[in-house]
Ligand binder design. Structure first.
Ligand code: FES
Ligand SMILES: [Fe+2]
Length: 387
């Protein structure tokens, strides 16, 4: 496995760590080369907390779904006690995926190939016919050591994170910068209210970077701007968190204002913040906190130039399910669909040019006023690959 220094070159790494006005962004090959993706899968994603799914997808005991991080097949399970567990989705017999699709109400996990069966806590509990017809055991075969391989897992803000190598600091520590930043919000009152997903023809970093700067907003998302809009985005950088605190009055109220939306707001919002903060928790989560909902994005690389993206929306308390608020929630979904479509339009041409620019000797640059978070994100990726 090549090192990040070999793949990018020491000069390019040095240039990324210069002050923003002089700095150069990650080389194009960091977005296009499968070798770089392989290094991310080897070093970046396994050694930290990587988002892999959403707890609402496995809401009840006996729910399970396949997932993957860094090309490791996983199964996410809600066990009998209601605890979310993660296992390597690989039968201890001959490596079949034990769970191949999202399912619910399971008493146990049955491997579809030869029906080895695991309980919801991962223990191997049945090996039908292993000793011949009607013989569920045989001499010399010990079931006890053949449970599904567990993976370290945690749930925060409705999101399921895994730490593949088991050595990262606790998840609470990983998300602490965000928790500190929003200490005056009552995020515990949030309830899952809907999902959007799409596949993007670009590297996962390109799509994530498009969310953590406000520089592009007036031109890419003009629906939020009037000639008098007073707009700014302050960079926020703290440990694993990079993002912008936006000041765009009326930005997220384009569907007729809060009264028309009638969704309950965070009490802390009006007091000290304006609209539309977007923070990334490195590596692959983005969180937008708006006056009346929180949108959590997960960026999952499929390959170097393709990304699965999903956004889950969380509303305050009963606002997530109240039928009378369905039109208001629909307005929120439409707003995000429009934003995501606008950002996505840039991705395929951007990806194509990132494949060409190293050859042409063209480096990316940053606006120090707006893109400090993008630069820090790229630095964190390099630091994550180095260790
Ligand atoms: S591979 Fe799972 S039972 Fe054979
Ligand atoms: Fe955008």
């Amino acid at each position: 496995m090549s090192s990040v220094e070999t793949l990018l070159g020491r000069e390019a790494i040095k240039a990324l760590f210069r002050p923003a006005a002089e700095a150069k962004g990650l080389p194009g090959r960091a977005y296009t080369d499968e070798a770089f993706m392989a290094l991310e899968n080897e070093k970046l994603f396994p050694r930290t907390w990587t988002a892999v799914g959403v707890a609402a997808d496995i809401a009840n005991p006996g729910d399970a779904m396949p997932a993957s991080v860094a090309v490791v097949p996983l199964v996410l399970v809600r066990d009998r006690a209601g605890v979310v567990r993660a296992f390597v989705n690989m039968c201890r017999h001959r490596a079949m995926k034990v769970v191949t699709e999202r399912c619910s109400g399971l008493q146990a996990l049955h491997c579809p190939w030869h029906r080895w069966t695991y309980d919801l806590e991962g223990r191997l509990i049945a090996t039908p016919n292993i000793g011949g017809v009607g013989e569920p055991s045989c001499a010399g075969f010990e079931r006890g050591e053949l449970g599904l391989k567990p993976v370290r897992v945690g749930v925060w803000l409705g999101t399921i994170f895994v730490n593949l190598d088991g050595k990262a600091p606790p998840l609470e520590q990983h998300v602490a910068p965000f928790v500190r930043y929003y200490a005056d919000y009552h995020l515990g009152t949030l309830r899952h209210g809907g999902t959007r997903d799409l596949t993007v023809d670009a590297n996962w970093k390109l799509f994530l970077e498009s969310g953590i700067e406000d520089y592009h907003l007036p031109w890419t998302h003009p629906q939020f701007f009037t000639p008098r809009t007073n707009w700014s985005g302050r960079k926020v950088i703290d440990g694993t968190m990079v993002g912008t605190e936006s000041r765009i009055p009326s930005a997220l109220e384009s569907e007729g204002g809060t009264d028309a939306r009638r969704l309950p707001r965070f009490p802390a919002y009006a007091k000290n913040r304006d609209i539309g903060n977007f923070m990334a928790i490195v590596p692959n989560v983005g969180i937008a906190v708006t006056p009346d909902h929180v949108a959590v994005s997960i960026y999952q690389p499929i390959r170097a130039d393709r990304t699965y993206y999903r956004k889950d929306l969380y509303f305050i308390g009963d606002a997530a399910t109240d039928l009378a608020l369905e039109p208001a929630r629909q307005a929120v979904y439409r707003m995000w669909d429009e934003i995501n479509d606008q950002d996505r339009d840039f991705m395929a041409p951007l990806q194509a040019n990132h494949g060409a620019r190293d050859r042409l000797g063209i480096a990316n640059r940053f606006s120090p006023a707006w893109e400090g978070a993008v630069q820090r994100f790229q630095q964190l990726v390099v630091e994550g690959l180095r260790a």
